[in-house]
Design a protein around this ligand. Structure first.
Ligand code: CAA
Length: 255
C-alpha cells in the first residue's frame, strides 16, 4: 500500500516504517497515525520478524503529536485523538516480532511515546528525547505515564514528566531510555545490523519471549504465562534443531 506521510521498506524479513512529514518535523497527525496502523498491520501480515520505526530526514524522529491539529480540540475529540495514538503505540508494543525505534533526532511528546512503545531503542548522538507535554498544559497522552516508569524507574519518570525535561542521547542512555547510542552517520548501519541479528533468531521463541516480557498483570499471572509459553515451544522445529545442534556440536539452522 502507498501512503502520503509514511513508507514501508523491506530488507529480507526486516520492515522499516518511516514517518515522513518534513514540514512538521515528522509530527503525527490523524492521517499519519492511521497510515502507521495500516503499515504495521501490513508488516505483520507479510511476516516481518523485525519492524524498525524511524523518521525521515536528519533532524527528527517524531517531534510529537501535531500541536496545530490539537490546539482547538474539544474533550470528546481529544478522547478520540488520544485513543488513536494509543492504538498505534499498542500496535508497536504488541507487534508480532521485535520492534526497534531508530531515534534519529527530536523525539518529543508523542514521539517519545512511540519510541518507548517499541521493544528496543537505538539512538544517534544528536537525538533529543522527552515527554515535554507539560509545557503545553497537557500530560502525555499516548502511554508514557505507564511505559516510562518501567524503563527509567518511578522517581525519574515523575521528574521527566513533571518538568518536561529534554534529555540528550547520552543522558537518555544513562537513564535507561536508550539501549545504545551511536554516531549519527552510523545509526542506519547499526540498526540494520541489530535487526538482521534479531531476524535470524528462532522466530517462535523470540515471539514467546516478547509476549512473556510484555505481560502486565500480576507477577503470578506473568509467571504462569511464561510457564505455558515455555512448554509451547517444545516440539517446534527450532527447539528440536537448537538442542540437537548443541548435542551434535554444530551450529543450529533455525526456520
Ligand atoms: N506539531 C506541529 N508542528 C510541529 C511540531 C509539532 N509537534 N513540531 C514542529 N513542528 C513544526 C513547526 O511548527 C514548524 O513549522 P512552520 O515552519 O510551519 O512554522 C516546523 O515544524 C519546524 O519546527 P521549528 O521551526 O520549531 O524547528 P526548530 O528546529 O526551531 O525546533 C523543535 C524544533 C525543538 C522540535 C520544536 O519544533 C518543538 O519544540 N516542537 C514541539 C515539540 C513538542 O512539544 N512535542 C510534543 C507535542 S505534545 C504531544 O505529543 C502530546 C501527546 O502526548 C500525544
Amino acid at each position: 500500500m502507498a501512503w502520503n506521510t509514511v513508507s514501508l521498506d523491506w530488507e529480507g524479513t526486516v520492515a522499516t516504517l518511516t514517518v515522513d512529514r518534513p514540514d512538521a518535523l515528522n509530527a503525527l497527525n490523524v492521517e499519519t497515525l492511521e497510515a502507521m496502523l495500516e503499515a504495521i498491520a501490513e508488516a505483520e501480515d507479510e511476516g516481518a520478524r523485525v519492524l524498525v520505526l524511524t523518521g525521515a530526514g536528519d533532524d527528527a524522529f517524531i517531534a510529537g503529536a501535531d500541536i496545530k491539529y490539537m490546539q482547538d480540540l474539544e474533550q470528546d475529540e481529544a478522547m478520540a485523538w488520544g485513543a488513536l495514538g494509543h492504538e498505534v503505540a499498542d500496535a508497536l508494543a504488541a507487534f508480532n516480532g521485535v520492534s526497534i525505534a531508530a531515534v534519529n533526532g527530536y523525539a518529543f511528546g508523542g514521539g517519545c511515546e512511540m519510541a518507548i512503545a517499541c521493544d528496543l531503542r537505538v539512538a544517534s548522538e544528536s537525538a533529543l528525547i522527552g515527554n515535554t507535554e507539560i509545557d503545553l498544559g497537557i500530560i502525555p497522552g499516548w502511554g508514557a505515564t505507564q511505559r516510562l516508569p518501567q524503563l527509567v524507574g518511578d522517581e525519574l519518570a515523575r521528574r521527566l514528566i513533571f518538568l518536561g525535561s529534554r534529555l540528550d542521547a547520552k543522558a537518555a542512555e544513562e537513564a535507561g531510555l536508550f539501549g545504545e547510542v551511536v554516531p549519527d552517520e552510523e545509526l542506519d548501519e547499526r540498526v540494520a545490523e541489530l535487526a538482521q541479528e534479531l531476524a535470524a533468531q528462532p522466530a517462535m521463541a523470540l515471539r514467546a519471549a516478547k509476549r512473556s516480557l510484555n505481560q502486565d498483570g500480576s507477577q503470578t499471572a506473568g509467571l504462569e504465562y511464561e510457564k505455558q509459553a515455555f512448554a509451547s515451544l517444545f516440539g517446534t522445529h527450532d527447539q528440536r534443531e537448537g538442542m540437537a545442534a548443541f548435542v551434535d556440536g554444530r551450529d543450529p539452522e533455525f526456520e
